[in-house]
Write a protein that binds this ligand. Structure first.
Ligand code: ADP
Ligand code: MG
Length: 299
């Protein structure tokens, strides 16, 4: 498990992280979503042990990660600014990784030559940005990490390679229980692959949930009432939004569909239907007060 507990990271008095809390359960695919400048890369540099927090705690399997080689060997990452030695080839970098990660898998390295169509002996600095990303993937996947941390990983990859890379990662999650944390400024990019999501804005996590929790705890009710007047809704229903077109009323209500239907039924509507919300709609209503952050990540 990865835990970020109340972390503040200050650069010359500016709080890039401002009391950030994140929990990444083992075996999950966790999407860290937020607009540019939210603090995603700063979070990731803490998890990979590059930055030391100003205050708070960054724990991997319950231990502080900073200057902790045993735990750092469990974490492989593809940062937004991937480091390679200036004249290194992929094969040179493989040797470097192999020295650092005891679980480095040479068979897999050889096999991936078929997947990633980059010559292992070309200088990394001469490769295109997308090819460098592929090289970083190739090596990170061979580390057989318990935790795979990806900072905006698919930027620069073409759609075919994107799908390829995701399916390789999903297979590792299924087969080995690998935990994946992936950041993006775009929610749509992650909604099909993640099972947990954290929304960041201005150094804080605004909301962190499993997708099933999110989807089961909010519902869109479409109701046609019996009379011209709209009856008052039952006490205690958490209505987030109401609108109507003619006599068809739409309510966004927090809670489970079955409970809400039961309570609405007491008002004897002419017709009533509970509909699921898209992930995008859920964020808009859940984060109503943070419209700006929401718009930035779903547009
Ligand atoms: P994101 O990855 O979500 O786009 P970052 O984590 O890169 O955001 O940055 C969050 C904020 O922290 C930004 O305002 C950025 O300018 C600032 N920041 C990040 N790294 C540094 C640094 N090394 N020195 C000063 N400010 C930084
Ligand atoms: Mg970033």
């Amino acid at each position: 498990m990865i835990e970020i507990k109340n972390v503040v990271k200050s650069f010359d008095g500016f709080h890039a992280l401002d009391g950030t809390n994140i929990t990444v359960p083992d075996g999950s695919i966790y999407g860290l979503v937020g607009p540019n400048g939210a603090g995603k890369s700063t979070v990731i540099r803490h998890i990979t042990g590059i930055y030391r927090e100003t205050s708070g705690e960054v724990l991997v399997d319950g231990e502080p990660i900073y200057e902790n080689p045993a735990k750092k060997a469990l974490v492989a990452s593809i940062p937004d600014d991937w480091f390679y030695f200036s004249s290194a080839t992929i094969r040179d970098m493989m040797k470097f990784y192999r020295g650092f990660y005891p679980a480095f898998d040479m068979d897999r390295y050889e096999k991936f030559k078929e997947v990633f169509t980059i010559p292992e002996k070309s200088a990394i600095r001469r490769l295109s940005k997308g090819m460098q990303k592929q090289a970083a993937f190739w090596l990170a996947m061979c580390c057989r990490p318990k935790y795979l941390i990806l900072d905006e990983p698919v930027d620069g990859l073409d759609p075919v390679m994107r799908r390829q890379v995701w399916s390789l990662m999903m297979a590792d999650v299924e087969e080995y229980g690998t935990t994946v944390l992936v950041s993006s400024h775009n929610l749509r990019e992650l909604e099909d692959v993640c099972d947990h999501v954290g929304i960041m804005s201005k150094g804080k996590v605004l909301l962190e949930r499993s997708l099933s929790d999110l989807q089961e705890n909010i519902v869109k009710m479409q109701v046609v009432w019996n009379s011209e007047d709209t009856p008052a809704l039952p006490e205690g229903l958490q209505v987030l939004h109401t609108s109507h077109v003619g006599r068809v009323y739409t309510y966004i209500i927090r809670g489970r569909a079955e409970d809400i239907k039961g309570r609405m039924a007491l008002l004897s509507p002419l017709m009533m239907e509970a509909l699921p919300l898209s992930l995008e709609e859920i964020f808009i209503y859940e984060l109503g007060g943070e419209q700006y952050a929401v718009k930035e990540i779903i547009l």
